[in-house]
Design a protein around this ligand. Sequence first.
Ligand code: BTN
Length: 247
Amino acid sequence: FGSVLSFQEQVKSTQDVARELADNGAVEGTLVIAEEQLGGRGRMGRSWVSPQGKGLWMSMVMRPSVPIHCAPQLTLLTAVALCRSLKRKTELPIGIKWPNDLLVNGKKISGILLESAAEDERLKYIVAGVGISVNLSEADYPDELLAKATSLRIQAGHTFSRQELLDEFLLEWETLYDLFLQEGFGPISTLWESLSVTLGTRARFITPQGELNGIPVGLEESGAIRVLRDDGTYASIFSAEMGEPLP
Ligand code: BTN
């Protein structure tokens, strides 16, 4: 990963640059990384705070030969790689909130945005966008985000070398990706479950099909989360917003 590198000083979004490269045949492992994003994108149409020189803002082109429905598995894989590498390097208590937010003390320090292009039910490519809020200070965030968002620096009380975090993450990401290609999603799923901080806690899930309350109990082979509804039945959820813990 990162064998082909496109380093940019300032872009709107590394996702757009990587998608353009992927459309023009960029090889798997092509990494676009920027010092600053002016229009960084988050999930659900939100924006992503990406000030100059303070974080790792990157997008990777992946071309796994798997059916379209496996795309969520790659998001979960990326979250596991991030969590393991950042925990090792920072020694902070980092956990995964389903599906792919990384939290420290209940606040988000990193997010993943997966975008894919498909042809005949097969994935043509995936662009996996990763944002790691490394050295941001509180002044870098708009007030309304401070309750939910944080950085490694705010949490640890000192700055980190972005290069070291990046090297560790890319190595872990590639190692897990190779494991996934060889053995499928099973081993990744087990790792994800062990790093999750939201399994077992009742919450509201806001899905494109409507809302439901229940307890997430584990991952399914597909990468969907299995949720025990209040009425005792199970739901499989691929994509949703997960609300705050409920009593
Ligand atoms: C989220 O948690 O909502 C996802 C955040 C993803 C942010 C990264 S930063 C690099 C890449 N480029 C973007 O515009 N977004 C992703």
